[in-house]
Design a protein around this ligand. Structure first.
Ligand code: CA
Length: 232
């Protein structure tokens, strides 16, 4: 089974042990001992699973988890120090998909990660890649991949979410409020300009440089819409 796992654990020995067990199963592994670095790595790499220790020296694991949940649908496996009911509830409240109590066997962790990858991929039974504008844009929900004129385009989770939302109903106008909500699940001050800047980056990455039809159209006073129609 393929997949990328980000392991966030400040205890070096444990981190490297987990890494070697996951790599042995053919998974790609990135590691960090810092909560802050975990957040930036997650955005850059868009892993399939984050294994997150609750006890981190800089940004606490619960803060990292909340932020991840807010902006991405990455699978989250939480590591907690105690088996108490409180910790279990905390983990689930934070949006963890699964949790393991220390000490755990690395083999058990590998099995949990593999089970998460399997569940995550079969859960929604998505229709597969959707193609727009005669193949100019292809959005693949399963692989979380976007191709533009055949070229793979790497998007941040927020950019992905905005594009995926627009592509749900080509031609329908989505307000900035709807776009920010689908990306983060909440609204923050100044979000309109933030959405505009994400859309600007998206257009740049997609090579949406003014040739008609535009991939993402601005609808003045309302929001944005996908300018390409779905290929049949
Ligand atoms: Ca720790």
């Amino acid at each position: 089974m393929r997949g990328t796992v980000l392991v966030v654990e400040d205890e070096t020995k444990l981190r490297e042990l987990v890494r070697s067990f996951l790599e042995r199963e053919g998974l790609s592994v990135l590691t960090t001992g810092s909560g802050a670095e975990a957040l930036s790595l997650e955005e850059k790499v868009a892993p399939d699973v984050v294994v997150l220790d609750l006890g981190l020296p800089d940004v606490p694991g619960n803060v990292v988890a909340r932020e991840l949940r807010r902006r991405s649908d990455v699978l989250l496996l939480m590591l907690t120090a105690r088996a108490s009911e409180e910790d279990r509830v905390l983990g689930l409240e934070l949006g963890a998909d699964d949790y393991l109590t220390k000490p755990f066997s690395p083999r058990e962790l590998v099995l949990r990660v593999q089970a998460m990858l399997r569940r995550g991929r079969s859960a929604e039974d998505p229709p597969g890649p959707a193609s727009y504008g005669g193949g100019r844009l292809v959005v693949d929900d399963v692989r979380h991949e976007v191709r533009c004129d055949g070229e793979l385009v790497r998007l941040s989770p927020t950019e992905w979410s905005i594009l995926e939302t627009l592509a749900r109903t080509p031609g329908r106008v989505y307000s900035r409020y709807e776009l920010v909500n689908s990306a983060r699940g909440y609204e923050w001050e100044g979000y309109e300009r933030v959405v505009d800047s994400h859309v600007k980056n998206l257009r740049h990455k997609l090579g949406d440089d003014g040739r008609e039809p535009r991939i993402i159209e601005t609808v003045v006073g309302v929001g944005y819409r996908l300018g390409l129609s779905l290929d049949r």
